[in-house]
Design a protein around this ligand. Sequence first.
Ligand SMILES: [Zn+2]
Length: 446
Amino acid sequence: MNRFLTILLACFVATHAHSQTIINRDPGIEAMTNTISADSLKATIEKLVSFGTRHTLSDTTRTGRGIAAARSWVLQQFQRYAAASGGRLTASIDTATLAADGRRVDKPTLLGNVVATLKGTDKDNNRIYIISGHLDSRVTDVMNRNADAPGANDDGSGVAAVLECARVMSTQSFPSTIIFVALSGEEQGLLGANMMAARAKKEGWNIDAVLNNDIIGSNNSNETKITDNTRLRVFSEAFSVSDTGRALQTIRSYGLENDSRSRQLARYVKEVGERYVPNLEVMLVYRNDRFLRNGDQTPFQQRGFTAVRLTEMNENYDHQHQDVRTEKGTSYGDLTSFMDFEYLRKNTAVNLAVLANLAKAPLPPAEPVFEGGLGNRTSIKWKTVAGAAGYYILVRETSSAVWQKKYFTTQTSYSLPMSRDNYFFAVQSVTAAGNESQAVIPATVR
Ligand SMILES: [Zn+2]
């Protein structure tokens, strides 16, 4: 338990200026994050670009060109990792034939998500964690299926992160299941994500978190000319589709509009990502996606799943959704040469650390509730959880985006001389190696 005393002390000390912050890492996760390779990510993207276009409506009959050839190659990579996984990883292409929809699909089209599943080892645990990127690419005209659409960053970067996490993680085993997926049809209307989320809903998958990666590998912006590979954005929405009626009333009454499950996941990505990846700050953005835009996290959220979007800090509009060309001395197009593979390595490591920590974590504390009535102390109790070596009580001021203090206990209750008027509280379960569950807000019983 000395480790926990150290963490507790670190959390206390870290709140004071000029003090030390002690970082404790799970050596297994640290070793995996150190295995992520910028060269491997670059090789994947160069191969993806070599398919010319990966447009969802592109010619599927050609060898080495188009979306079907790209899908087959991604499947082959997953199958390579599967062969070395001791039977834990399986891979396939999940397909559906779409009819023309009068929008961005103008002919019957075979849509295919390339999916690899790393089955959890705990038979009593059906939790699923998903990492996604989209395989399809586009140029200026979203219906142009013939022009070269390299899609190196949008979203070769996301697919490369998915493949790299699968490569490294498939050599290990986790209690929970992890799904690695290269989605399709994103640019034509989030079609592949819709297909997967609808199936998950219908079949009752217990998805605990979705990390959607879209445009995570370039470090500079046009117009403002900022170059910086030390910040990554995580977008999360305030409300779930289930936040209606009484649930919405509770959120309004208690001021919980920044405590949705997606927002808790975003905080988790920040804390765990920064724990394992030096020289990278995770910036929380309090919206579902960028202004006027959308991504593959949305179809999952629309069905009540917890999902966030990871995106680079500085977007360059000269290099996304552009015909490849040079105009007045400016190069347009989504090419590999505009990317930063060290930045992509760090962003991939954030994904791996978060997925691994979640997949190793126990369930959150069961049925946490605030005890007692009004007063200047806050008491919380919960029920014990299998696999937990102890529990964290998290505290933050109501205007703080992140949890500021963390207390550890091996008991199933905790009391603090702090008023619920002025702070938010949550609880987490944690293993002996320091793998935390997601944070849950105790219920208020009146
Ligand atoms: Zn994209």
